[in-house]
Design a protein around this ligand. Sequence first.
Ligand SMILES: C[S@@+](CC[C@H](N)C(=O)[O-])C[C@H]1O[C@@H](n2cnc3c(N)ncnc32)[C@H](O)[C@@H]1O
Length: 223
Amino acid sequence: VTKDLHPGLDWQGGVPVATRFGDPYFSLENGLAETRHVFLQGNDLPARFRPGFHIAELGFGTGLNCLAALALWKDAGIAGPLTFTSFERFPMAAVDMARALAAFPELAPLAEPLARGLARDAARYQTPDLTLDIIPGDARDSLPAWAGQADCWFLDGFAPARNPELWEPALLAEVARHTAPEGTAATYSAAGAVRRALAEAGFEVERRPGYGRKRHMTTARLT
Ligand SMILES: C[S@@+](CC[C@H](N)C(=O)[O-])C[C@H]1O[C@@H](n2cnc3c(N)ncnc32)[C@H](O)[C@@H]1O
């Protein structure tokens, strides 16, 4: 791993913080509860799950969102694997991923095999329940070239003020272009610029109550 590709990590009470962005990978309070509120409920999951459902994400990070979605998929008992595609420029080392995910013992049966799998192959992880592709590089380059379409998106860059690349209007237009009809997106951010860019991209944008101390979050549906 070259220095340029490394996010640089600090740990705050078990939560990894990317020194390059000065921002934690997930809520310092309860990352799993925040993921469930923002990304799962925000995309009306599990109600929308059906065989072949495809989730895409900006920012794989620790894999927490992916694992929370996988746990919900398994509970829902849908036949076949969940498809999950995540765009990640600064892949985290598997040991750091495992350390971060150790905070969520209920995910351990899924997290441990994932970390082992990604230590062998950082780009693809396949089980009977999950087909995971992690697409390396800057999402601004890799998403336009992607041939897939997602039923829903987890927009999970670091805070827009610190990681503006992952919230650029041109990138959010590519998100819309890679969303199936009636597909959705959700983010913890309620920033006006993000909401406007999603609306310009063709989404119907809705403000919902945020998680914890965040008053609002954003959901979006392609119409
Ligand atoms: C808040 S973290 C994501 C947390 C993650 N979803 C999880 O479940 O742990 C933001 C992620 O976006 C990635 N990132 C930042 N800029 C990027 C870019 N231009 N292209 C792709 N990924 C990027 C960071 O490396 C980081 O992993």
